[in-house]
Design a protein around this ligand. Structure first.
Ligand SMILES: Nc1nc2c(c(=O)[nH]1)N[C@H]1C(S)=C(S)[C@@H](COP(=O)(O)OP(=O)(O)OC[C@H]3O[C@@H](n4cnc5c(=O)[nH]c(N)nc54)[C@H](O)[C@@H]3O)O[C@H]1N2
Ligand SMILES: Nc1nc2c(c(=O)[nH]1)N[C@H]1C(S)=C(S)[C@@H](COP(=O)(O)OP(=O)(O)OC[C@H]3O[C@@H](n4cnc5c(=O)[nH]c(N)nc54)[C@H](O)[C@@H]3O)O[C@H]1N2
Ligand code: SF4
Ligand SMILES: [Mo]
Length: 737
C-alpha cells in the first residue's frame, strides 16, 4: 500500500541546474520534494519547460520518500484549469469571461453594498488547509481586520478543529507536541481512528519499518474497518463506531487497577485527576468490551501494551476528530498520556496527524472563525488588542464574538443573512454534509465568489463569480506539516492564463476597498516577514524564520525565535510545563455519549466514510491522473457478509444507502474487513465523477459542541438492494469500465 518511490539524487553540476525544493501539496505528512527541469537539447525548450519530481532526501520529515500522490503531482497541474475570471448575474445563466478589473470591481461593489446595508455580519469567507500560510494571513487581515467580520472559516473545521480544541483544553495550547523521529523511537504505537497506511503513507512507512525491525515494538490499531493499517498491527480493535471514549476509559481503568499510573507525574504536572478517576471507575473491562463490540481479552491486551511500554506514541486523525464528541475523544487520548506520564519525551506523546498540507499553517495564521493569528483567540480581549495594535487599527476594531463556522454560514444563507459568500481552495459541494441542504442554501446566495484552480468543479455550478487561482508550483510561500515543520515551497512555473496567487487576490481587494496601507506587499516573502512578527512570544513563535533562512537552512520546526538555539527544539513540553494558567495539564472526565444519530429500527445500519490511498478528496487533481484512476476506478460500498446475506446482496450488486436526508448508490463489495452493522464508502466521488455516489448526500451536520466539527464518520442508514433496469445497469457498467 504505502509503496514509496525513492530516487537517486545526482548533485547539481555546472550543466545541471540545482533542483527546486518544495513540499508535497497533498497530505499533512509534508514530504519534501525536489523538482528538476527535464533536460532537452532544444534551446527553446526552456520556454515550455517540463519538470520531473522526486523525493528530497535532505528533507528531515520524509528522508527522500514519497507516495503515489506526491510522485504523480505534476501530471494534473495543467489539466482543466480555470484560466480567466468569469461572471454571471444568476446561477441559471452561462458565465461570461471578464477582466480582473471587472471581477475585482464586482467584489468591491458587493462588499461595500453589504457593509452599508447589513454590516460586516453579511460577509462570509470559507477557505482551506490547502492555502499557503501567506494566503491565510492576508485573508485574516482583510476579513477580521479591515472588514471587521470574523466570519472566516476553513475546511479545517471538518478536519482538525477537534484536535485544536482538545490540545487547547488539555495542554493549554494548540500544537502537536511530537515529531516524526518519535516514529523510530517509540515502543508502542497506538493508532486510533486513522488509516495511516493510506492517508499518511510516509509516516506509516517510517513507523512500519521500525516496527518490522524491532519485535518488541507493538502496534495497536483501533478502527471499525480492517484497513491496510490494521492489517499491519499486532492488535486490531474493530470497535463499533463512536465507542472510542468507552475504550479509552476502559484502558485507563485497567492501568489504574494494575498500578501503572505515573503518580509522580500526575501530582506534579496535572490537575483534575480525581474527577477523571471517578468517571473511569464506571468502565470495567467486561462492560467496555461489550459496548465496543470487541473481545475482553483484546481490550486487556491493548491496556497491557500501554502498561508495559516505556514510550507510547498515539496517533489519530478523522476517526477521532470527525465526531459529535470529537474534543472529548481527543482529550481521552491525552488523558492516557497524562495518566502514564507519556509526553514531552522521545518516542511518546499524543500526536494528531494533520490532514491537509497546511492545516497547521492555517491554525498559526488564525484561519478558523474563533481564532486570530499567532495561536490567539477572538474571545480573548488581550489577544484582540495585540492584533489590532499590530495591524494598526484602533482599539475595538476586531469584533469580540467568534464568527460563523462553515455550517453556520450555510444556515445564514438559508435565512438570507449572508450577502456575500467567498469560497476559496475547497469544494464544499462535495465535502460538506447534508448536500441537498447546502445546495438549496447556495441557490439563495445573493453573490457567491469561488476561487479555485480547476474548472469545472461541483462548486463552480453554484457560483456567480469564478476567480482563477495559481496553485502549487506556480506560487511561493510556506506550509507547516504535522511535526510543526515549515517548508518553503518555491514557485517554478507561471500560473496559466490569468490565474493569480490567493494572497495577491485578497491584498488587491483590500487595496481597492481603501486599505492600501495595510497591504503594501509586493511578494509572498514580504507577507511572510510581517506574519512571523505577529507570532512573537506565542507558542508558535516563528520570528527566527524567513523565506531566505528557509531557503538557506532548509525546513525548520517551530518554536523558532531569532534568539533561540539553532536548530529549534524537536518536541514540546520537554520541561513538563504546560501552557495553562497553572502550568499543569488538565485531565478531562468524559462519559461516552455515543453517536449523534445512532442506528434504530427505521435506519438500522451505520454509514461511515473515508479515503483511499490514491485519491485526494474531490479528485480535482487525482481524478485527472490515469494511474490513480486505474487504482480506484469507481466508488463502492463495503458491507459485511452477514449483512449482505440478510439483505440478499451479492458482490457487485447495486445498493442504495438512504438516510433521513438523502441517498447514494454504490456497487457492493462484500468483505469481512468491515464490522457487521456498519457500511463504508469513500468520499471521493462528487457529482462530476460518478452518478449519485455522493456520500455527503447522506451524512448529517451534527457537530461536537466544543470544536463544532461535524460527525462525518457516522450516520444511521437503510440499505436497499437495487434492481436497476437493464439500461441503467449497462450505463453504469460502462462507467465502471
Ligand atoms: N490518500 C489520501 N490521503 C489523505 C487524504 C486523501 O483525500 N486521500 N486526505 C488528507 C486529509 S485532509 C485527512 S483529514 C486525512 C484523513 O486521514 P484518516 O483519518 O486516516 O482517513 P479516513 O479514511 O477519513 O478515516 C480514518 C478511519 O477512521 C475510521 N473510523 C470511522 N469511524 C470511527 C470511529 O468511531 N472510531 C474510530 N476509532 N475510527 C473510526 C474509518 O473506518 C477510517 O478507516 O487524510 C489525509 N491524507
Ligand atoms: N463524508 C465525509 N466528508 C468529508 C470528509 C470525510 O471524511 N467524510 N472529510 C472532510 C475533510 S477532513 C476535509 S479536509 C474536506 C476536504 O474537502 P475539500 O476541501 O472540499 O476537498 P479538495 O478536493 O481538497 O478541495 C480543494 C480545492 O482547492 C483547489 N485548489 C488546490 N490548490 C489551490 C490553490 O492553491 N488555490 C485555490 N484557490 N484553490 C486550490 C482544488 O482544485 C479543489 O477544488 O472534506 C471533508 N468532508
Ligand atoms: S505521504 Fe502525503 S505528503 Fe508525502 S508524498 Fe504522499 S501525499 Fe505527499
Ligand atoms: Mo482533512
Amino acid at each position: 500500500m504505502a509503496d514509496s518511490v525513492q530516487s537517486t539524487h545526482p548533485p547539481a553540476t555546472p550543466t545541471q541546474p540545482a533542483p527546486i525544493k518544495t513540499q508535497c501539496p497533498y497530505c499533512g505528512v509534508g514530504c519534501g520534494l525536489e523538482v528538476v527541469p527535464i533536460q532537452s537539447d532544444n534551446a527553446s525548450a526552456q520556454a515550455t519547460a517540463h519538470w520531473k519530481v522526486r523525493g528530497d532526501r535532505a528533507h528531515p520529515s520524509s528522508l527522500g520518500m514519497v507516495c503515489v500522490k506526491g510522485a504523480t503531482i505534476l501530471e494534473s497541474i495543467d489539466k482543466d484549469r480555470l484560466l480567466y475570471p468569469m461572471l454571471r448575474d444568476r446561477l441559471d445563466e452561462p458565465f461570461r469571461q471578464v477582466s480582473w478589473d471587472e471581477a475585482l470591481e464586482a467584489i468591491t461593489v458587493r462588499i461595500q453594498a453589504a457593509l452599508e446595508t447589513e454590516g460586516p455580519d453579511a460577509l462570509c469567507m470559507y477557505g482551506s488547509g490547502q492555502f499557503l500560510t501567506e494566503d491565510y494571513y492576508t485573508a485574516q487581515k482583510l476579513w477580521k481586520g479591515c472588514l471587521q467580520s470574523n466570519h472566516f472559516d476553513a475546511n479545517s473545521r471538518l478536519c482538525m478543529s477537534s484536535a485544536v480544541s482538545g490540545y487547547v483544553q488539555s495542554l493549554g495550547a494548540d500544537g502537536p507536541p511530537c515529531c516524526y523521529e518519535d516514529l523510530e523511537q517509540t515502543d508502542c504505537a497506538f493508532l486510533i481512528g486513522t488509516n495511516t497506511a493510506e492517508c499518511h503513507p510516509i509516516v506509516f512507512n517510517r513507523l512500519r519499518k521500525h516496527h518490522k525491525q524491532n519485535a518488541a515494538v507493538k502496534m495497536v490499531v483501533v478502527d471499525p474497518r480492517r484497513t491496510p493499517t490494521a492489517e499491519a498491527a499486532d492488535l486490531h480493535l474493530p470497535i463499533r463506531p463512536g465507542t472510542d471514549i468507552d475504550l479509552m476509559n476502559g484502558i485507563a481503568y485497567l492501568l489504574l487497577e494494575w498500578g501503572y499510573a505515573d503518580q509522580r507525574f500526575i501530582q506534579d504536572h496535572t490537575e483534575q485527576f480525581e474527577a477523571f478517576q471517578s468517571v473511569v471507575a464506571h468502565y470495567p473491562p467486561a462492560a467496555v468490551a461489550e459496548r465496543c463490540g470487541i473481545l475482553q481479552a483484546d481490550l486487556e491486551q491493548a491496556a497491557r501494551y500501554w502498561a508495559e511500554a516505556q514510550r507510547v506514541l498515539s496517533m489519530w486523525s478523522m476517526g477521532v476528530n470527525q465526531s459529535s464528541e470529537g474534543t472529548a475523544k481527543v482529550r481521552s487520548i491525552i488523558n492516557l498520556h497524562l495518566l502514564t506520564g507519556q509526553i514531552g519525551q522521545p518516542g511518546a506523546g499524543p500526536f494528531s496527524l494533520t490532514g491537509q498540507p497546511n492545516a497547521m499553517g492555517g491554525r498559526e495564521a488564525g484561519g478558523l472563525s474563533h481564532l486570530l493569528p499567532g495561536y490567539r483567540f477572538i474571545h480573548n480581549a488581550q489577544h484582540r488588542a495585540e492584533v489590532e495594535s499590530f495591524w494598526g487599527f484602533p482599539a475595538g476594531q476586531i469584533a469580540p464574538q467568534p464568527g460563523r463556522t462553515v455550517w453556520d454560514m450555510i444556515l445564514g444563507l438559508e435565512r438570507c443573512e449572508v450577502q456575500l459568500f467567498w469560497i476559496a481552495a475547497t469544494n464544499p459541494l462535495v465535502s460538506l454534509p447534508d448536500l441537498e441542504r447546502v445546495k438549496a442554501a447556495l441557490k439563495r446566495s445573493p453573490f457567491t465568489i469561488y476561487q479555485d484552480a480547476y474548472y469545472p468543479t461541483e462548486t463552480s455550478a453554484y457560483a456567480h463569480l469564478l476567480l482563477p487561482a495559481g496553485q502549487w508550483s506556480e506560487k511561493t510561500g510556506t506550509m507547516t506539516n504535522s511535526e510543526r515543520r515549515v517548508t518553503l515551497c518555491e514557485a517554478f512555473q507561471s500560473p496559466p492564463g490569468e490565474a493569480r496567487e490567493d494572497w495577491a487576490i485578497f491584498a488587491e481587494v483590500g487595496r481597492r476597498l481603501g486599505f492600501a496601507e495595510k497591504f503594501p506587499f509586493q511578494s509572498a516573502t514580504e507577507v511572510h516577514q510581517e506574519f512571523v512578527q505577529i507570532t512573537r512570544d506565542r507558542p508558535c513563535d516563528m520570528t527566527g524564520m524567513s523565506h531566505q533562512r528557509l531557503l538557506q537552512d532548509g525546513p525548520l520546526q517551530w518554536p523558532c525565535t531569532l534568539e533561540s538555539d539553532c536548530p529549534p527544539p524537536k518536541r514540546l513540553y520537554t520541561q513538563r510545563k504546560f501552557q495553562t494558567p497553572s502550568g499543569r495539564a488538565q485531565f478531562a472526565a468524559y462519559h461516552s455519549r455515543g453517536l449523534a444519530e445512532p442506528p434504530d429500527d427505521a435506519y438500522p445500519y451505520i454509514f461511515t466514510t473515508g479515503r483511499l490511498y490514491g485519491h485526494w478528496h474531490t479528485q480535482t487533481r487525482t481524478g485527472r491522473i490515469p494511474k490513480i484512476q486505474q487504482m480506484h476506478p469507481h466508488p463502492f460500498l463495503e458491507i459485511h457478509p452477514r449483512d449482505a446475506k440478510r439483505l440478499n446482496i451479492a458482490q457487485d450488486d447495486w445498493v442504495e444507502v438512504r438516510s433521513r436526508r438523502g441517498s447514494a448508490q454504490f456497487p457492493a463489495i462484500v468483505t469481512e474487513s468491515i464490522a457487521p452493522g456498519t457500511v463504508f464508502a469513500p468520499m471521493h466521488w462528487g457529482s462530476l465523477w460518478a452518478n449519485q455516489a455522493e456520500v455527503n448526500a447522506v451524512m448529517h451536520p451534527e457537530a461536537c459542541p466544543d470544536s463544532k466539527q461535524p460527525e462525518l464518520k457516522a450516520c444511521a442508514v437503510q440499505l436497499i438492494p437495487l434492481a436497476l433496469t437493464n439500461t441503467v445497469q449497462a450505463e453504469r457498467a460502462i462507467a465502471l469500465g
